[in-house]
Each structure stands twice: as C-alpha cells, then as structure tokens.
Design a protein around this ligand. Structure first.
Ligand code: PRX
Length: 656
C-alpha cells in the first residue's frame, strides 16, 4: 500500500507554520502527521476503530470497521454499530458549557446557548415532530435562516431517526419545491421571515408558493419559527408556529439508537445534469468524519471559540457549524448576517468580541473584504485567532497573502481545505500545527484518504510527483456519501464508474514536486460561483423556461470576487428581439427557478451555437469567446457550422 511522499515538503519554499500554532497542537510535527497518516492507510481498521471509540459514544458496538467497496457502492463503516447523532452532539457534554454563540443580523443581537438549553430545545422539537406524525426514516425539509433553531431542527431529526434535507434559504420556491418533491418530505420547518443585511427574506411566503404546486402534496405539516414576529399567512390544519408546537412538549425525548449505516441526511447539490441530486450521508461514518476533521484540521481544543461563517444550507454548515463542533463538545458560532453588514469590519469585530480562535470562510468573502482595505481589519484585536480556514474554491495567492498577513498578522496557520458535499468533510488539507503552507495548495491528504492523480483520457494512475490530471480517491473513507437519494445508479455512474476502483471527484489537480496537491478546478459542467456549486445544465434549463429562449448554453468566466461568474448564450425564439428588458426577464427566470445566486453576469443573444456534427455544444469555444480569448480557439473544423464562431465573437464584443 502506497502512502504519501511528503518527506520533501517541509524543506520546500513553503511558509512555515507559526510556532504558536504548533505549540500544544494535536499534531505538531510533520513526522507525527506522517506516522498517523501511514497508520491510517496501512492499518485502517485499527486506526479508525481507535478514532471511533475516542471520538464517539456508541450505544451498541460495531461488528466490523469497514466493509464493501466503490464498485457496488455498498461501502459500510462500523456495520452493526448503533449510535445517535444528537446524543453525541448534545447529551454527553457538560450542560453549562456554551454550545452555540449566535450572532444575529444586528451585531447587538447575540445569544449564548448552553449544551443544556440546546438539548432541551432539541428534545422539544423532536417531540413536536413525533406529534406531527414524523417517524424514523421520514424526510423533513428545513428552510431556515441562520438561527439556533435551525441547528435544533437538524438535531431533532437525528434524535428520532428522521432524515433532514436542509435547503439553502436563498433558493427560490421552485428549487425548494423540486427538493421537497424529490425527497417526498412530510414536514417543512421554516421561519416567518429571515433577516440578512437588514433585508427581510420572505421564507414562509416562499414555502407557501412551493407547496402550492399540484405535485407537492407530500407535506402535511409546516412548522414556523418566529424570527421577526411579523404576521404571515398560516394555513389551517397544516401550519403551526414552532413555539406553540414545542411549548406543548416535554424537554425530554429518548435518542433512538440508529444503525451506523442508516441515513442521516440528504443534501441536494448540483451535478452535470439539470436535476440536483440528493446526496445521502449515513450516521456513523459521517459523524466520525465531521468530528475527526474538526478536531485535527482546526486543532480544536477545549475552551476555543470556533467560527465557521458559512450557511447551514451548504455542507460546510452541516459538518463545520453543527455536527463536527458539537460532536466535539465545542463552542460554535452561528452567524446570521453578511460580511459587509453593517460594514466591512463585521467579521473582525466578531473575532474581537467573542475571542474567536478558529475562523473559517470562503475565498470569495476574503476577496470582497480585501477591496475595503486593511483598516477595517486592523482596528480590531485579532490576537485570539490561531487557525484561519478556507473552503469552496481554490484560494488565489493574493487573497491567501491578505488573509495570512492582514487578518492573521502572520501569526496564524491557514488551512486550505478541499472537500465536497459528497466527501462529508475535508479530504485534502494542511494541519495547522505542522504542514508548511503553500498559498493556493490544498496541500496533503487527511488521515485515511488516498488521493490519486489519473490521466483523464486513459484513467491510468500517474505515479510520482510533478504530475497533473484529474483527482480521484483510492479507498473509501468514513465520510463518503453512500448514495444519491432514490437513484443509486446515478451515484455509481457519477462517482464510481468514470474511473473503476476510484471515487472520482470531478476536479482537476496537480501534484507538485513535493507531493502537494493543487486543485485546478472542475473538469465537468459544474461551476463554483462564490463557492456555491451550480450546474450549467441547471441554469440552462431555467433560461429555456422563458418563452423567448429556445436554447441556452452557459459557461463560467473568471470573476474577481465570485471566482467564477456565469456567462449565458441564448438563442431567441422567432418574434423576439434582443433588448435590455428581455435580458432582465431572462435573468429573472433564473432567479425564479434557482435563486439569486445563479443569476448570470451576462446574457448574450445569439443566432446559433457552436455544435459538433453530432449536435454536442462545444463549450470550450464558448468559454474562450466569453473570456476574450478568441485568438486561442483551437481547432474549429469539427463544427457543423464553423461560420457561427465569428458571429459569436462579434456579438460578445458588441455586448461588452
Ligand atoms: O471544485 C471543488 C471546490 O468545490 C467543489 C465542491 O463543492 P460543494 O460540494 O458545494 O462543497 C463546497 C464546500 C466543501 C469541489 O469539487 N472546492 C471546495 N473546496 C476547495 C475547492 N476547490 C479548491 N480548493 C478548495 N479548498
């Protein structure tokens, strides 16, 4: 069994870990990392069994550590073992310790929730779900703002064995409906309204619109948290305020023993087809992965105040706001607002007020804040910070440098964590106490992860360092998603079949001369817009719902804040003329079908698209034209109509 060649890494031109980060760290030297990594690969059963016993509390011991494999998609971690996620995240920690620091939209709106309070509220909500007829295995949709009640809702589901499906509160009614219908959710938990940057988000109204559809008949109960307390329409026999529903319930609810392989949650994410897929995670392996990665990658120590400013609507919020930190008995911050509200100091003001030790965000936020300069950072005391995390997309070296020097005063370790909804938690990352840092590199594998670089054309594994290809993973790790809800075939097709014997990430990657991994971006039709994952086909399907658009093709173009921006080409139906108004309507169609995050930066109306003779759109050409690189189009002779290329070049030039 091969392990990673990291021996040279420490000697590289990399930035050394600040001494204060190594001191007392769980992993404080590269030799220790290497010893642990080698054990995790050579003796995975012993390694993960030890971790599973140390990190989690089991109600019934497991029969084996791991069984199954990629080929059939029958991977099982800790089969036969039973545990409950909410019991691991709440009951076993001291009741008077602060579990959640909630920072609302206004900086003055702060709550400290203890483990005791979180447990009681979770139990009340679990009982309210039982009263609403929710049984083990039923699906519950959560469409909530960033409030502690959202975490209780997730944990309440896990307490009774219900499967939650959190839908990001920025998704439209259409997108919410599609996710509710696909999972056949029985209950929706939402809020009257959300608040973000002083703006009201009409959550309950959006839920009403989603449920209004004829095909959305599965939902029998909507529980509504009062966030703003303003009146919202309530449908008789279906809707109930959460405070009323929970107020009737005892704050005690037995935690149901769940088999380690029973489903824990679904999280819909974009793939290369139009239909988002419900990525399914199971109980034991996922929780261990969230807990272990949170413990080692953020070097979480008791007494630390850890802050991940993502949203629970994404996997980052699941693993690193809720499950990882709470499984470890940590104090986790939940942030309701925006990085720039009321001003560009917000994050650093929070760091100072709450004495945050670990801070985890996305490069897009760093780039947006860089624009405001260093003054908003410098006026706040950030000496509590020890670890700065980055996630969601490659971090460009300028943003890395700013994060390291301006935010961290060169005193913090940066962990650039590469992972995906499907990986459950980090798979490539540095460790803050030991890994020399290379700006922009996702660095090295986490324990138990065996990354491989494959030749995209032949699928052959590229051995040695200094190679570039696509990134795959050679053996199952506990956090691996186990299926796509209701479509195991699609799961196998997407991840396991492209390169047999490997899990395929969909990302390109380079392994440098010293064994460090650098993610070069998606190699499929998935875009990372501001760290949010969107499928080109999804945006195209939204555009063609407008009667004016008969065909659309979407590509990603570099964007200085978002990382990637959406550029759309639309063919108009007969009788429609291109106009600013029509472009506005087409953008509106995307907002309606997906949500504001998917709005194209630019829409250009064109008479045709570059297609091969077999009808396949050549996106490579569209991308080059959109990026003003039409002098590097490459071979266009295989196009059915090569003349279309010049027409598109002229149209895009006109539009710019
Ligand atoms: O392309 C990679 C990028 O985000 C994708 C996964 O998106 P999602 O499932 O929404 O999860 C985002 C949060 C984990 C990956 O396929 N990505 C994520 N983290 C990084 C990254 N690309 C480069 N560097 C990263 N640190």
């Amino acid at each position: 069994m091969k392990t990673v060649d990291v021996s040279a890494a420490a000697a590289a031109e990399a930035v050394p870990v600040p001494a204060r980060c190594s001191k007392g760290a769980w992993v404080s030297t590269m030799a220790q990392y290497k010893t642990m990594y080698d054990k995790s690969i050579m003796s995975p059963d012993a390694f993960f069994s030890e971790q599973a016993k140390k990190m989690l509390t089991w109600m019934h011991p497991y029969d084996a550590v791991m069984s199954g494999g990629f080929a059939e998609g029958d991977v099982a971690w800790f089969p036969g073992g039973r545990l409950n996620v909410s019991a691991n995240c709440l009951d076993r920690h001291p009741a008077d310790r602060v579990a959640i620091i909630w920072e609302g939209d206004e900086p003055t709106d702060v709550r400290h929730v203890t483990y005791g309070e979180a447990l009681r509220e979770t139990c009340r909500m679990a009982n309210a779900l039982l009263a609403a007829g929710v049984q083990k295995g039923d699906r519950v949709a959560i469409y909530m703002p960033m409030v502690p009640e959202a975490a209780y809702a997730m944990l309440a589901c896990t307490r009774i064995g219900a499967i939650h499906s959190v839908v990001f509160a920025g998704f439209s009614a259409e997108a919410l409906r599609a996710r509710i219908v696909d999972a056949q959710c029985k209950v929706v938990i939402t809020a009257d309204q959300g608040l973000r940057g002083g703006k009201v988000i009409p959550l309950k109204a959006t839920v009403d619109e989603a449920l209004h559809h004829d095909d959305c008949t599965c939902v029998s109960r909507v529980l509504v948290h009062r966030r703003t307390g303003r009146p919202v329409p309530m449908k008789e026999h279906r809707d109930e305020f959460l405070d009323a529903a929970c107020g009737k319930q005892r704050p005690v609810c037995p935690a149901v023993p769940m088999d380690a392989e029973e489903p824990l949650f679904l999280l819909y994410t974009s793939g290369s087809t139009g239909k988002p897929k419900g990525v399914m995670h199971t109980t034991g392996g996922y929780l261990l992965w969230a807990a272990m990665t949170h413990h080692y990658v953020f070097d979480y120590r008791q007494g630390d105040v850890y802050a991940c400013v993502a949203d629970i609507g994404w996997v980052t919020g699941h693993s690193y706001i809720v499950y990882g930190p709470l499984a470890n008995g940590g104090t986790t911050l939940m942030f309701e607002s925006l990085p720039t509200y009321p001003n560009a100091s917000r994050y650093w003001d929070m760091v100072e007020r709450h004495k945050i030790t670990q801070f985890y965000t996305a490069p897009t936020a760093i780039r947006a804040l860089m624009k405001a300069g260093s003054e908003p950072v410098k006026k706040h005391d950030r000496s509590s910070l020890r670890v700065l995390g980055s996630v969601g997309e490659p971090i460009n070296p300028e943003a890395w440098k700013w994060y390291f020097e301006e935010v961290g005063d060169k005193q913090c370790a940066i962990v650039d964590t590469f992972w995906q909804t499907e990986t459950g938690g980090h798979v490539l990352t540095g460790l803050p106490g030991c890994t020399p840092m290379k700006p922009g590199a996702a660095s090295l594998p986490f324990f138990g992860v065996q990354p491989v670089v494959l030749d995209p054309a032949t699928g052959a594994e590229m051995s040695g360092n200094g190679v570039e290809g696509v990134l795959a993973i050679g053996r199952p790790w506990p956090g691996l998603a186990r299926s796509i809800y209701g479509d195991h075939g699609r799961y196998l097709e997407t991840y396991m079949k492209p390169y047999p014997h490997f899990y395929f990430t969909g990302d390109g990657c380079r392994r440098d001369e010293e064994g460090y991994f650098w993610i070069t971006g998606r190699v499929d039709d998935v875009l990372n817009v501001s760290g949010h994952r969107l499928g080109t086909a999804e945006v195209e399907s939204a555009l063609v719902t407008h009667p004016a658009c008969v065909e659309a093709a979407v590509v990603g173009v570099p964007h200085d804040i978002k990382g990637v921006g959406i550029f759309a080409y639309c063919i108009l139906a007969d009788g429609y003329e291109e106009s600013a108004e029509l472009v506005g309507e087409l953008k509106g169609a995307v907002r309606t079908h997906i949500g504001g995050i998917a709005t194209p930066e630019a829409i250009v109306c064109v008479p045709g698209l570059p297609k091969t003779r077999s009808g396949k759109i050549m996106r490579r050409i569209l991308r080059k034209i959109a990026c003003d690189e039409s002098d590097a189009l490459g071979d266009t002779s295989t196009l059915a109509d090569p003349a279309i290329v010049q027409i598109l070049i002229d149209k895009v030039a006109q539009a710019k």
